[in-house]
Every structure is written in structure tokens, then in C-alpha cells.
Design a protein around this ligand. Sequence first.
Ligand SMILES: C[S@@+](CC[C@H](N)C(=O)[O-])C[C@H]1O[C@@H](n2cnc3c(N)ncnc32)[C@H](O)[C@@H]1O
Length: 216
Amino acid sequence: MAKNEKYIPALNQNWLTPLYDPLLKWGMRENEFKRHLVEYSNLASDQQVLDLGCGTGTLTIQIKRRFPQLKLIGLDGDSTVLHIAQKKAEAAGLSIQWREGMATALPYPDASFDRVVSCLMVHHLIASNKVKAFQEVLRVLKSGGEFHLLDFGKPSNLVMRMISIPIARLEEAGDNIQGLLPEMLRRAGFTSIVEIWRFKTIFGELVHYRILPEAI
Ligand SMILES: C[S@@+](CC[C@H](N)C(=O)[O-])C[C@H]1O[C@@H](n2cnc3c(N)ncnc32)[C@H](O)[C@@H]1O
């Protein structure tokens, strides 16, 4: 894990990491929004796919189960969550490559992936690192590639605005909740940013964006 930049682990504090999977499963109905992400990220068996900020690997494992032939890497900056992810994949008999690395300096050459998916990672990054991470995603995407991002977004009503206050204060979700992600993605060089789905949770409203380097 990088020592010289602000790093927020899965549940904000390292000692809470073992509670991450139960909280997501029972508190946020993760199965519903991760199933949606797997179905609507335009994935196919012949692709190279990066799950950016894969955490304990729940989404990565769902992708591999749905598309067993697809070449898949789960990358995260925290070796503790990667260890949990690896154990879960081994128990499920799935072969997935796990890699420790930072979203702001991806350890891959240009044009390496057909798809980059990222779920609930971006709200961990300070504003300048959000843009840097988006630039890195753009760099590693192949021509015709797609970036599918699911994270907290601008709440659509007053109740969701109130519910979103704690996450905005606790982590770096203020940019998300103010609706700044599309502008940050454009600043990083992406051209087409389409909101394709929303999902309400007890911590705020999640938005799935389909993001393309070129205009469609
Ligand atoms: C809330 S968890 C989400 C994990 C997983 N994608 C999911 O949906 O369950 C956020 C993850 O982002 C990782 N993360 C935070 N900052 C990162 C960075 N700069 N580079 C790579 N991973 C990062 C954390 O270690 C954590 O595992």
C-alpha cells in the first residue's frame, strides 16, 4: 500500500476490513448492484478485463463465474483485501489473477484492456487522484474499450441527500455526491459518459456510468 498518499481501506479503518463482506451483503444488497454491473458492462468471453479496486473480490468472482473464459485481473492497493479475495476464489475453484497496485499508477502498458470495471473504489480517492486514476484507465483501455464505473452519485431527492451526508464526511465521496464525476471524467480525456442505472442504498445512491474514450 502506498505510504505517501491518503489511502482509505475498504471500510475506512484496517481493523474493520473483516466486516466488509457481511456489511455489503446484508446492509447494501451488493448482490443486486453487482449482478447488474456484470450484466450491463458489455462483457464477453474473449476480453481482457481489469476490476479496479477489487477489494475482497466479490465482483471479480461474479464476473469470472458468468464469463469463465474471460482474462481477468483484480487489482487493489491493499494486500489484506487481496488475500481475502484470493482465498474466496480458491474456495470457488476459480483462476483469477490478483495484483497489488495503485489506481493512480496502473502497472500495465497502454491499451491493455477491453473493459475496466470499478465498483465503490473512486469515492476513496481525493479529487486530484480521481482525475489521475481516470487518466490511467483511459491509458490502459484498448481502442473500442469501455470503462464501467459504479459509485456514489448525486442524490436524486432530499431523503437520499440526508442519507449521503455521513459517507461524504467519512470518505472522499463529496465530489461524487455533488455530481462532479462526469466533469472529472471529461477532464481526464473521456468523451462519452452515460448514466445507465441508479440504485438506492442505506449509505447513498449508487450510479452506474458507461464511459467511452471516443464519442458515439
Ligand atoms: C469500498 S472497497 C470496494 C471493493 C470492491 N470493488 C467492492 O465493490 O466490494 C474500496 C476498495 O478500493 C481500494 N482502494 C482505495 N484506494 C485505492 C487506490 N488508490 N488504488 C487501488 N485501490 C484502492 C481499497 O483498498 C478497497 O479495497
